[in-house]
Design a protein around this ligand. Structure first.
Ligand SMILES: Cc1cc2nc3c(=O)[nH]c(=O)nc-3n(C[C@H](O)[C@H](O)[C@H](O)COP(=O)(O)OP(=O)(O)OC[C@H]3O[C@@H](n4cnc5c(N)ncnc54)[C@H](O)[C@@H]3O)c2cc1C
Length: 426
């Protein structure tokens, strides 16, 4: 049988599914991506509304991600880089905190910032150096504890934890109490220290758009929801059955595979709202953090506008809420607008759009950086990919897709099982 004749299906056209398709194509296979929605990208999507670039939730590419370096062409993405730091807003005003060794602009504001003591700032640099010397594999072999307990043991003060680490990493982990694994904290901190946080100029969806454009032999079935899968069989919501030599599940498998149903993943959620503002938002290349326990807003960021980059972009702001709340849309807009004005001195002109993301990040323990191709194999024909297999990041989604595809290739190229059931598919 010719390689291109194998029926290999990938369920889910998110980042993990796209990478799985690329790796299969590279070895001569022609996979099919089955995607429930109208396009690829999964959680990485962008809309253009009122000429503003609105990502489905605030998310950044960390340019030091090893897998992203292998699979993405950064130049073609036209990345907009953030400065390595943050603007921190409290009821006492705002201050800048950053890595002065990487951006000289941040030297004086960081030294004079009232967030944390001199000892804290020294510890930030010490942690940078320590993690630079630590291999990623070592980080993921270390004993897990919560990020909060790691930071306390490292000696950071309460002020530094509450005013910097909680809002900064709370916005990344989508939970404000830093209960996320210390492995994830160290990995993300290392990535921030070795590269930049960046977003493509035309929005985060440029990442899956680029990955899809590289696929030459993959076919796509959109608006097609899988109901469940069995060995060598995919059953669609519309009742249709598809035969499949190999199936890569590149999404949460627990809902699709009957005997995994009791291992459900819990998900972290967030709300992202976009506003046009009256005045210009000045620090467009810094992430803004509101370091107040009482506020709903966790972080803010300037968003891009297609109209006129220089001026209009400074008038579009994204706001991320991580805390649980019971507010309806109108109450939410009202409270968030009031907080923007009170803490950030930003006056809202009008509300543009809200993204309420229920399944934003999988809540995982015992997180891993990578897995062997053979470890992605659930049964003779079913392989698992998706960030929930490793850790919640674009990098993990890429690695998981790569390894699942290699799992399929290794199985096929060892000449296992396939010959005995090929006739069924002719
Ligand atoms: C708000 C937010 C902020 C984030 N911030 C960052 C960040 O700053 N940095 C970072 O590295 N990562 C971040 N992430 C995480 C990152 O986006 C994910 O790790 C990554 O996109 C996961 O890709 P995936 O392919 O594993 O899954 P998904 O993107 O979830 O893809 C799964 C795909 O499967 C499809 N699907 C599901 N069920 C079915 C079915 N039954 N039939 C057919 N198709 C189906 C879905 O429609 C979807 O397209 C963030 C995510 C969110 C939501």
């Amino acid at each position: 049988m010719n390689k291109s004749e194998y029926k290999i299906h990938i369920i889910g056209g998110g980042i993990s599914g796209l990478i799985a398709a690329q790796v299969l194509e590279n070895s001569g296979y022609h996979p099919v991506i089955i995607e429930a929605t109208d396009r690829v990208g999964g959680r990485v999507k962008t809309d253009i509304v009122e000429d503003c670039v609105l990502d489905h939730g605030f998310q950044v590419l960390l340019t030091a991600y090893p897998a992203a370096k292998r699979y993405l062409d950064y130049d073609a993405l036209t990345l907009q880089h953030f400065l390595p730091g943050a603007q921190i807003f409290t009821d006492k005003g705002s201050t800048l905190l950053g890595d002065p060794l990487r951006s000289i602009k941040l030297l004086l504001p960081t030294l004079f910032s009232n967030v944390g003591s001199i000892a804290d700032k020294w510890k930030v640099l010490r942690l940078n150096r320590l993690l630079k010397k630590t291999e990623i594999s070592e980080i993921f072999e270390e004993k897990e504890e919560t990020t909060l307990s790691f930071l306390k043991k490292f000696g950071f003060s309460e002020t530094m934890i509450n005013h910097f680490f909680k809002p900064f990493f709370g916005g990344i982990f989508l939970e404000a109490n830093l209960q996320t694994s210390s492995r994830m904290f160290k990995f993300v901190y290392k990535m921030f220290g070795e590269g930049n946080a960046a977003i493509p100029k035309k929005g985060i969806e440029q990442i899956p758009i680029q990955l899809k454009a590289n696929l030459k032999f993959t076919s796509f079935k959109y608006h097609t929801r899988v109901k469940y899968i069995e060995e060598q069989k995919i059953v669609l919501e519309n009742g249709e059955d598809i035969k499949s030599h190999f199936t890569i599940v590149a999404t949460d498998p627990n809902v699709l595979i009957p005997n995994l149903r009791n291992q459900e993943i819990t998900w972290k959620s967030c709300d992202t709202l976009y506003f046009k503002t009256k005045g210009e938002y000045r620090n467009t290349s810094l992430i803004g953090l509101i370091a107040q326990d009482s506020t709903l807003i966790n972080n803010i960021c300037s968003a891009t506008s297609l109209e006129d980059d220089a001026k209009t972009s400074k008038k579009v702001v994204s706001v991320t809420v991580v805390k649980d709340h019971q507010l309806d849309l109108e109450e939410l807009i009202q409270q968030v607008s009031a907080e923007l004005e009170r803490y950030c001195n930003i006056q809202v002109d009008h509300f543009i759009k809200r993204y309420e993301i229920r399944k934003a990040l999988p809540d995982l323990s015992n997180i891993q950086y990578e897995m062997l191709p053979s470890e992605t194999q659930l049964s003779s024909s079913i392989f698992l990919a998706g960030d929930q297999q490793l850790n919640a990041s674009l990098n993990a989604a890429m690695i998981s897709g790569e390894r699942a595809a290699l799992g399929v290739i290794n199985t096929l190229e060892k000449g296992l099982i396939v010959e005995e059931f090929t006739s069924e598919f002719n």
